[in-house]
Write a protein that binds this ligand. Structure first.
Ligand SMILES: Nc1nc2c(ncn2[C@@H]2O[C@H](COP(=O)(O)OP(=O)(O)O)[C@@H](O)[C@H]2O)c(=O)[nH]1
Ligand SMILES: [Mg+2]
Length: 327
């Protein structure tokens, strides 16, 4: 079944009222209102797919932060399909556009949004990313998810750089109901992490989530710090961290993409958390990440509340973008 039919199925089934679909729906409304309404206007303006139509379409996609390289190959494929399928009707083109956007993401892709789970002991997830992108909030949301599943979750305040960061994690710990291990401001992050993981093992925690500071302006130091952190974790639990999740703020557009490239150079990033998708009209950044770093997006942040974090799901994402154009 093609993506178009799958979305139609979501629309026609009662899945519409599914909680997850609802959060996607709400969180993507800014992007949908901007990007999709532009597409709608384009289809009204042009009855058939002329050169002008294509160049306006290209501009709309670039404006949604999809990434120039992706847009260019996308345009080639769309034009090809228009020729092959001998359709020139812009209404039918919508279906092709949605289909091709989906293909961009799944193409040659490691599509998994699954978090690697350690069956033999605590699962350790390390969160990295620059200041303000939403690391601490995301950790709280992920903790909430695991606690909901009945797991015992420990948080480690590895961002010892700012006093506020430690307090913020403790506050979230109270709210979601998980223990927080911390030390004083400016303590060595590796030593807090050592203590935390040791407790996690001894007290048989299921999941350990580690907060860090991300001072990317000093790349060498950050690289060394992350190396040290990884060493400490790996000594206590071989194979850990099971995931290193890079948090990126979707509202920062190309800046976020640059961060992804920089972090990929200095450490082994296994997944991306894209936050604040609800705060941007440029939700196409999901596809730009695919193009520029090819690291799977594992979670998306669609709001500030505890429940506003979703495992990334390309079908729900495309549904959230295009539901007004289909059906
Ligand atoms: N709208 C929205 N705000 C978010 C999201 N994730 C985080 N934030 C906000 O971003 C700000 C910075 O988050 P924080 O977790 O402190 O970032 P950190 O410095 O990386 O730890 C806070 O005000 C959060 O409420 C999201 O998905 N949507
Ligand atoms: Mg923080």
């Amino acid at each position: 079944m093609g993506i178009f039919d799958k979305i139609k199925k979501i629309i026609s089934s009662n899945k519409k009222s599914d909680k997850e679909v609802e959060i996607y729906d709400k969180g993507l409304s800014k992007t949908r209102n901007d990007f999709v309404s532009k597409l709608g206007l384009l289809n009204q303006k042009y009855k058939s797919a002329t050169e002008e139509y294509f160049s306006e379409l290209e501009e709309i996609l670039v404006m949604a932060d999809i990434g120039v390289g992706t847009v260019m190959s996308f345009m080639d494929r769309i034009k090809d399909r228009v020729k092959k399928e001998k359709t020139n009707d812009t209404k039918l083109l919508t279906e092709l556009i949605i289909d091709e956007l989906f293909i961009i993401y799944v193409n040659e892709g490691v599509l998994t949004n699954k978090i690697k789970i350690n069956e033999k002991g605590p699962t350790v997830l390390l969160f990295i990313g620059v200041n303000g992108v939403g690391k601490t909030t995301t950790i709280a949301k992920v903790a909430h998810k695991f606690i909901d599943e009945g797991k015992k979750v420990l948080l480690i305040a590895g961002d010892t750089f700012r006093a506020g960061a430690i307090e913020q994690l403790k506050e979230w710990g109270k709210r979601v109901g998980s223990e927080v291990i911390s030390k004083e401001t400016n303590a060595d992050p590796s030593s807090v992490i050592f203590d935390g993981i040791t407790k996690g093992i001894n007290d048989k925690y299921d999941v350990i989530l580690i907060d860090t500071a991300g001072r990317l302006q000093n790349k060498i130091n950050l690289m060394k710090e992350l190396e040290k952190i990884n060493k400490v974790i790996g000594k206590l639990i071989p194979d850990a961290p099971h995931e290193t999740l890079l948090v990126i703020d979707a509202t920062t557009g190309q800046n976020g993409i640059s961060q992804a490239k920089a972090f990929k150079e200095i450490t082994n990033v296994t997944g991306i958390v894209l936050t604040k998708l609800d705060g941007t009209a440029k939700g196409g950044i999901v596809l730009a990440i695919k193009e520029s770093v090819d690291i799977p997006v594992k979670y998306v942040g669609l709001g500030e509340k505890m429940n506003d974090l979703m495992p990334f799901d390309i079908e729900k994402y495309i549904y959230g973008l295009f539901k007004d154009m289909i059906g």
